[in-house]
Ligand binder design. Structure first.
Ligand SMILES: O=P(O)(O)OC[C@@H](O)[C@@H](O)c1c[nH]c2ccccc12
Length: 262
């Protein structure tokens, strides 16, 4: 079985277990549940650099990225760097993240936070909201159009921004709907792990202008961003390039500075 199918299969079991233990009424009691959210899409529209910096300890494509830094320190320095938002991996089994990481990032920084997760159920959106997320990710390749519609509309009803991730034209065409705020093109093929920003360039003209365009994964240079800006990208999701260094926050600060001066 392919890794992505395995992740989704595990996720379904995980969500069912959690549902049987923590009722949604309890999630709704979090004081974060009623806290107004901050829009990542608005931040990206008004930004010159457009960086969304990610906290990622490990991944299926790279066993260890960084197990040493604290998510609080990373969140504080990402905010100091002036990024538009922070992405926090919350999947435990494959990425070494947790909802507690999201909560600690929330307590440490006042910037839009993306819950980076394999979302398959509305329950996970209630979790996202109650642990302090502002934005959620939906991955087109693992969802039907009907599921994308249902999940994105539910997210909007919770005032969460929606980033929809695609990797090809078919996924893009299936996903275009008004309840999506941002369209992310993943430069990494989740099935083969191959990375190329060419896919962002190829899909760019097929994305209607009312969506903020985000290019995700495999971005490690100022030149790559300059290049993608020519194709109307306003957001750039960067994980490994920062997280693989000893001090991800400092790497991010230097990167944003260089980008703003370029
Ligand atoms: O570390 P990178 O190559 O800069 O990539 C970041 C981010 O795009 C990547 O982590 C990601 C994109 N889509 C995902 C979906 C699930 C898990 C992870 C991801």
């Amino acid at each position: 079985m392919h890794i992505l199918d395995r992740i989704i299969q595990d996720k379904k079991k995980e969500v069912d277990l959690k549902k049987s233990i923590i009722p949604t009424s309890q999630l709704e009691q979090s004081i974060l549940f009623t806290k107004p959210t901050i829009s990542l899409a608005d931040n990206l529209r008004n930004s010159k650099s457009g960086i969304i910096a990610e906290h990622k300890r490990r991944s299926p494509s790279k066993a260890v990225i960084n197990q040493k830094v604290s998510v609080q320190d990373v969140a504080i320095s990402y905010e100091n760097a002036g990024v538009c938002g922070m992405s926090v991996l919350t999947d435990g089994k494959y990425f070494g993240g947790s909802l507690d990481d999201l909560l600690l990032a929330r307590a440490s920084a006042n910037i839009p936070l993306l819950r980076k997760e394999f979302i398959i159920d509305e329950y996970q959106l209630l979790e996202a909201k109650s642990y302090g997320a502002d934005v959620i990710l939906l991955i087109a390749t693992v969802l039907t159009r009907q599921e994308i519609k249902q999940l994105s509309e539910f997210a909007k009803s919770l005032q969460l921004d929606v980033l929809l991730e695609v990797h090809n034209q078919e996924e893009l065409e299936k996903s275009i709907m008004p309840s999506i705020d941002m369209l992310g093109v993943n430069n990494r093929n989740l099935k083969t792990f191959e990375v190329s920003t060419q896919i962002s360039k190829d899909l760019s003209e097929l994305i209607p202008n009312d969506f903020v365009k985000v290019s995700e994964s495999g971005i490690s240079s100022i030149e790559a961003i300059k290049d993608l800006q020519q194709y109307d990208y306003q957001g750039f999701l960067i994980g490994e390039n920062f997280m693989k260094t000893e001090n991800p926050g400092e790497s991010c600060i230097n990167f944003v500075k260089e980008l703003e001066q370029s």
